[in-house]
Design a protein around this ligand. Structure first.
Ligand code: AMP
Length: 227
């Protein structure tokens, strides 16, 4: 799809692990020219490269916990500042705590927040049956065989693996962190009138269409038409 000539929107995507934030953020790249900024992906790449930040956060990421807040907040906001301060983007996984939201709002306040809503059961089902490309993080669901339909990543040829934090115990912890830490952030943006909720139980294509229509409404100033 051709990119549209639109003002640089700053979007924050919310949703339980497995809701499809990453998939939808990738779709927004093509449809609206928004960069996809995944805090989890940024942290995993720091871990792979063995940087100081990577070494400090590794155990937290493996356990599905929020790590040292000030370090992570500084790293993600610094990343926005260096690479995306004048362009539009979709944040995926950030902000995840009220502290992070306050810091973000002070520097790069979101124009629109989207909650992709799924049940806990759906989250567990999706995370338990997904493979991720170790290089570009494209996600692959599994069929009846329990394996993805392709042997390696169709986008970059990378190896497909289960993510180390997609185990039943860590999934439960990530859902608990979501309820305790992220839900108050979502309430904050709802109170500010910035939040739109989208049914994430639909197919990725239909969810994407709803998201695109909310964004189009935001751009044209014609909000609230999502029945
Ligand atoms: P995600 O890829 O969004 O599922 O994130 C994977 C893991 O990275 C999380 O379980 C956390 O351990 C860590 N993480 C990602 N984003 C943040 C954040 N904004 N604040 C703290 N930890 C984060």
């Amino acid at each position: 799809m051709a990119s549209l000539n639109i003002p640089p929107l700053r979007i924050a995507l919310f949703g339980k692990p497995g809701a499809g934030k990453g998939t939808q953020a990738e779709a927004l790249k093509g449809a609206f020219g928004l960069a996809h900024l995944s805090s989890g992906e940024i942290l995993r790449s720091e871990i792979r490269e063995g940087t100081l930040l990577g070494r400090k956060v590794e155990q937290y990421v493996l356990r599905g916990e929020i790590g040292p807040e000030d370090l992570i907040t500084e790293a993600i906001i610094g990343y926005i500042e260096r690479k995306h301060s004048s362009g539009g983007y979709a944040l995926d996984g950030f902000p995840r705590t009220l502290y992070q939201a306050e810091e973000l709002d002070g520097r790069f306040p979101p124009d629109l927040c989207l909650l992709i809503d799924i049940s806990d059961e759906e989250a567990v089902k999706r995370l338990s049956g997904r493979y991720t490309c170790v290089s570009c993080e494209k996600i692959y669901s599994t069929g009846a065989s329990g394996k993805p339909a392709v042997p390696s990543c169709e986008r970059c040829g990378g190896e497909l693996r289960r993510r180390e934090d997609d185990t039943p115990e860590v999934i439960r912890r990530r859902l608990r962190v979501y309820m305790e830490q992220v839900v108050p952030v979502i309430s904050r943006y709802r109170e500010k009138g910035l939040l739109e909720t989208i049914d994430g139980a639909l197919s990725p294509r239909l969810t994407g269409k709803k998201i695109a229509s909310v964004i189009a409404g935001k751009i044209s100033g014609n909000r609230g038409f999502l029945a």
